[in-house]
Ligand binder design. Structure first.
Ligand SMILES: NC(=O)c1ccc[n+]([C@@H]2O[C@H](COP(=O)([O-])OP(=O)(O)OC[C@H]3O[C@@H](n4cnc5c(N)ncnc54)[C@H](OP(=O)(O)O)[C@@H]3O)[C@@H](O)[C@H]2O)c1
Length: 405
């Protein structure tokens, strides 16, 4: 038997310590869940553990580039839960080792180019070993991917078929960004500077799909401001759409395209109806375009970076506790407009950290403890964890999944 069910890798970082705190509060230190924390600095981990309420937990040490040391950690556990990012800089050796050893793995990456690389390099290895490698177990992309999973189950039970069109709308949220998230985004932009073909990859709606899998027709894109004729509301681009939509499409492909050849998935931010909705949406989309345009310029990034949160920093406890999110997913069938259903997904903390820490922690416990669908590979949250994960998120992690009708 392995020494641990779960190892939290990166527990000295901003998000990693929230994950460890959550595990300590929810499962105790020496309780039903056998868990440990890991990172590169023993003294830092000891300090963080003592001050954040998980003192006494086992501590394992490795640098993310030291394959032998990572292997020794991976051999001791059923699951590694990684919050060490930017993942493109620090994550590949761990995915390699987990894939080879058949150790389950979950993380918080939103770095599409790195996920593509992991799929191409390690999917077959993980499939053979049975390791479930699950990226995007945070705000991107759990509400999207599990939201579609939940919606389609409800749709199936209501209409005995699946929705062929699903629109995700970010309704309301309050939260902030950490230094680690900003570092990951800046690293992605720096990689795109060096390798212009990444721009095409990032723009590809199906960038995470298996080779030769079904494509299109998807519309409208993720970067447009438009009036949704069906819902009669204005919609502006949603900042996470370029990650979430790829994950949902990968899930669909891995499941064998059960929602049909014309399945369409789109994400946007709900701006409301009428002139007020138009003005709000226009302002948000112009601001977003301006911000992304600025970040695309190397000199502007150099000027802005010192003003942004540094690695290890992020929204304080008050902001996390006051935070929340609410998204809605609208499903329908093109052939019969009367067949439609809306579900809502909410979280009781800020999306990026308070709720995300609980989401990834429960993904790790789910991988360690729950009976799950067979099979390894580079999977998605819904394909690898499915209903057991929805249950955990609602029973333990403060998320709700509700059919609104
Ligand atoms: N998808 C989502 O919803 C979501 C939400 C939150 C975070 N994230 C992602 O999660 C990642 C972490 O974010 P964060 O804000 O928690 O970052 P952070 O505070 O900078 O923490 C990074 C962690 O990585 C560790 N680390 C760095 N280099 C290492 C190395 N060579 N070997 C071993 N450990 C190393 C750091 O250890 P030290 O303490 O020793 O420096 C620290 O524990 C980012 O990629 C971010 O984008 C995603």
């Amino acid at each position: 038997m392995k020494n641990f069910d779960v190892v939290v890798w990166g527990a000295s970082g901003f998000t990693g310590r929230l994950v460890a705190q959550y595990l300590a509060e929810t499962y105790g230190i020496d309780g039903e869940l056998r868990w440990a924390v890991a990172g590169r600095s023993e003294s830092k981990l000891q300090d963080v553990a003592a001050s954040c309420g998980f003192g006494g937990v086992a501590i394992l040490i490795a640098d993310s580039h030291d394959e032998a040391a990572i292997r020794r950690i991976a051999e001791q556990t059923t699951v590694i839960c990684s919050t060490v990012g930017p993942y493109a800089l620090y994550g590949s050796p761990l995915v390699k080792i987990c894939s080879e050893l058949g150790v389950h793995y979950c993380d918080l990456t939103g770095e599409v180019q790195w996920m593509r690389d992991m799929i191409e390099t390690y999917h077959a290895t993980a499939e053979a070993s049975g390791a479930k490698i699950v990226h995007t177990c945070g705000f991107d992309s759990v509400p999207s991917d599990l939201g579609v999973h939940f919606l389609q189950k409800a749709f199936q039970s209501e209409y005995e078929c699946f929705a062929d069109t699903v629109h995700y709308r970010m309704m309301r949220a309050s939260g902030g960004a950490s230094g680690g998230t900003i570092a990951s985004m800046l690293n992605m932009l720096a990689e795109a500077d060096k390798n212009p073909s990444l721009v095409d990859l990032l723009a590809d709606d199906y960038s995470l799909n298996p080779p030769n899998s079904q494509r299109g027709p998807d519309m409208p894109g993720d970067d447009v401001f438009f009036f949704d004729e069906t819902l009669r509301r204005w919609v502006s681009p949603f900042v996470m759409a370029a990650i979430n939509t790829r994950v949902v499409r990968r899930s669909h492909a891995l499941l064998g395209n059960p929602y049909g050849a014309i399945f369409r998935y789109q994400e946007g931010t709900d701006c409301g109806p009428g002139f007020k909705g138009y003005a709000r949406g226009l302002a948000a989309s112009l601001l977003g375009k301006f911000g992304m345009g600025l970040l695309g310029l190397r000199w502007a990034r150099r000027m802005i970076t010192p003003l942004l949160p540094k690695p290890g920093e992020g929204p304080d406890e008050k902001a996390r506790n006051a935070g929340f999110f609410e998204v809605q997913l609208h499903g329908r069938r093109a052939a019969d407009p009367s067949q439609r259903l809306t579900v809502q997904v909410t979280g009781d903390r800020d999306p990026g950290y308070g709720s995300t820490a609980k989401m990834i922690a429960e993904a790790a416990v789910c991988l360690a403890k729950d009976p799950l669908p067979e099979g390894g590979g580079i999977l998605t949250p819904s394909v690898s964890l499915g209903d057991a994960y929805v249950d955990r998120l609602t029973q333990k992690a403060g998320l709700t999944f509700t059919v609104l009708g």
